[in-house]
Design a protein around this ligand. Structure first.
Ligand SMILES: C[S@@+](CC[C@H](N)C(=O)[O-])C[C@H]1O[C@@H](n2cnc3c(N)ncnc32)[C@H](O)[C@@H]1O
Ligand SMILES: Nc1nc2[nH]cc(C(=O)O)c2c(=O)[nH]1
Ligand code: SF4
Ligand SMILES: [Mg+2]
Length: 258
């Protein structure tokens, strides 16, 4: 795919209307994470993010955002060209920084697709979303100078300030069928997870069951997951939360377009 532009910040509405969405990749695969794991799905990956997790497995949508601007018609046409999939995963980067993601979701809903949006939960948008797959970012995601994949901790403060927005998160949980999918680096993440789950329960009218809380092992590649998945599965059992594998990594490691 041609690299037409770098995407650092959300565009203005006028630019977005004229240009569509910055797209890093569109591909057909199996949903690798969460409650629909294994379901044949089309993936639409937007470029650009408002956070910078040190472990981000989509480096070219966050730390070095690249992509081609595409109009919604051409994205929908590519989704339709794989007629095995009735399910679309909109991901990124952070797809909800882009106003035009709402247009895309409306077009997909009108065409009868079931949609999952993978989001960090910091931006609320009103859109036809079947599953909000929210992955709130924990303190262990913060790019401190010793873990910054690119620089020297320049993003540490901004990431730390913006990684949780309780208003946006609560509104999303109230409006959409939700899974809260936490990336677990080790067991020291658990107190923060249980605390955040309780805060969400207090702030929302909807029921957030323990099974709607998912623990996912951190690991971009198989070798890392081999070291983390057993412990994360045990932690899920201890707390009554759900464990989610990273099926695509088990099957295809970090191959592009999977
Ligand atoms: C690249 S993010 C894009 C969507 C959105 N920005 C978010 O973070 O939820 C897609 C999913 O991958 C997860 N993820 C990113 N890097 C990971 C890693 N190294 N190990 C495990 N999960 C990771 C995120 O937490 C999120 O659930
Ligand atoms: N197969 C597959 N499943 C996924 N589920 C969520 C993904 C993501 O990057 O958001 C993802 C991904 O990148 N690949
Ligand atoms: S919020 Fe998502 S896309 Fe952004 S840096 Fe973190 S994992 Fe990557
Ligand atoms: Mg991924």
């Amino acid at each position: 795919m041609p690299v037409a532009s770098d995407v650092e910040e959300p565009t203005t509405d006028a630019e977005a209307a004229a240009e569509g969405l910055p797209i890093n990749e569109v591909f057909y695969s199996l949903q690798g994470e969460g409650m629909l794991v294994g379901v044949p799905s089309m993936f639409v990956r937007t470029s650009g993010c408002n956070l910078r997790c040190w472990f981000c497995d989509s480096y070219h949508t966050s730390w070095e955002p690249t992509g081609a601007w595409r109009d919604v018609d051409s994205i929908v046409a590519e989704v339709q060209s794989h007629d095995q999939a009735n399910h679309v995963v909109l991901t990124g980067g952070e797809p909800l920084i882009h106003e035009e993601s709402v247009d895309l979701l409306e077009r997909l809903a009108a065409d009868g697709y079931h949609t999952t949006v993978e989001t960090n939960g910091t931006i609320y948008r009103d859109a036809p979303i079947d599953i909000a797959s929210i992955s709130p970012k924990l303190a262990s995601s913060t790019p401190t100078p010793d873990r910054d994949p690119k620089g020297d901790g320049e993003w540490e403060k901004k990431h730390e300030e913006n990684r949780i927005d309780m208003d946006a998160l609560s509104q999303m949980v109230d409006e959409y069928e939700t899974q809260l999918k936490f990336v677990v680096t080790d067991e020291s993440d658990l107190p923060e997870i249980t605390d955040l789950v309780e805060r969400v329960r207090t702030a929302t009218a909807s029921t957030l069951a323990d099974e709607d809380v998912l623990l996912m092992p951190e690991g971009m590649m198989r070798e890392k997951l081999d070291r983390t998945r057993s412990r994360v599965a045990e932690l899920a059992m201890e707390h009554g939360y759900r464990y989610t594998p990273r099926l695509h990594v088990d099957l295809w490691n970090d191959a592009p377009g999977t």
